[in-house]
Design a protein around this ligand. Structure first.
Ligand code: T3D
Length: 272
């Protein structure tokens, strides 16, 4: 039974808007408003941010899966909340809620896998783009729906999408706003795997579990190096790799990895 989101949360509340399930070094975070396609309310965004920040301090968690309950991954901003009297100003909504979530995904020491179970629209797509890896169910799709309601792509989409699929494809996806099917997302490299819907959760957890079995310090350093790759020139990247490798090579997990290799046994890496 997933537990409600937030560090230390314990009592089951299956109606909570953010669910967290921990097992074997993997935390699965589920956006849980299926009747509204997991559209994001203020309370949900605040809970998601708290949850991600809490997971960042949880040394037992080595990898995170982000997914949605029901038939959607996330339909982005809850538009009905925006139509309510006195909606939060856009700069507040982005500055205090969406952007910190995107930064939290980037800053987490653990890699995050988006398990895109259905439509990912608007900021829901942006969340998936901000994850380290994306896998999708066969019926999933990505829609940069912002233009249809007179908005611009936000929550990092104008930054992440060109890096993921290149400038030309990003321009077509963002400017036309047509749905990108899972098959097309795979073809253009937006997702790395497409699986039947009923296999997605197991596939995501298995992938996360493989990451959870690796040396955590080296995994975090790899995430950081990849995240910075497009901001560095080759010389800076080589220097950053050398620095990270010196740290990894001096860690007991490297010695353990070498010992496990020569002893022909699985390594027993540290807890983080
Ligand atoms: O603060 C700010 O506003 C700034 C930040 C902005 C970030 C953004 O995310 S802006 C973009 C917001 N998202 C959208 O524009 C997407 C809106 N939704 C859709 O275009 C479609 O629902 C989908 C393409 C995602 C799915 O279509 P479909 O036909 O499969 O489902 P549906 O029938 O449209 O929706 C099912 C239910 O979910 C429906 O509720 P009902 O009528 O059965 O009670 C629908 O109203 C609800 N729903 C879907 N998306 C949202 C939503 N409710 C609130 N907000 C939504 N975004």
């Amino acid at each position: 039974m997933p537990e409600p989101g937030g560090p230390g949360a314990a009592s089951p509340a299956p109606d909570a808007e953010i669910l967290v399930e921990r097992a074997d070094g993997v935390a699965t975070v589920t956006l849980n408003r299926p009747a509204a396609l997991n559209a994001l309310t203020i309370s949900m965004k605040e809970r998601l941010l708290d949850t991600l920040r809490g997971l960042g301090h949880d040394r037992a968690v080595r990898a995170v899966v982000l997914t949605g309950a029901g038939r959607a991954f996330c339909a982005g901003q809850d538009l009905k909340e925006r139509l309510a009297p006195d909606p939060a100003p856009f700069d507040e909504e982005l500055g205090l809620r969406y952007n910190p979530i995107v930064r939290a995904l980037r800053d987490l020491p653990q890699p995050v896998i988006a398990a895109v179970n259905g439509v990912a629209a608007g900021a829901g797509a942006s969340l998936a783009f901000a994850c380290d890896l994306r896998i999708a169910a066969e019926g999933a799709s990505f829609v940069l729906a912002f233009g249809r309601i007179g908005l611009v792509p936000d929550s990092g989409a104008t930054w992440t999408l060109p890096r993921l699929v290149g400038a030309a494809r990003a321009a077509e996806i963002a400017l036309l706003g047509d749905p990108v099917s899972a098959a097309e997302a795979f073809r253009i490299g937006l997702v790395t795997r497409v699986v039947p819907a009923d296999a997605l959760a197991a596939e995501a957890v298995a992938m996360a579990g493989r990451i959870a079995g690796l040396a955590p310090g080296a995994t975090t350093a790899t995430k950081r190096l990849l995240a910075a790759a497009f901001e560095r020139d080759l010389d800076a990247a080589l220097d950053a790799e050398a620095e990270a490798q010196a740290a990894a090579g001096g860690h007991r997990d490297h010695a353990e990895g070498l010992a496990a290799f020569v002893e022909k046994r699985p390594p027993r890496f540290s807890a983080g």
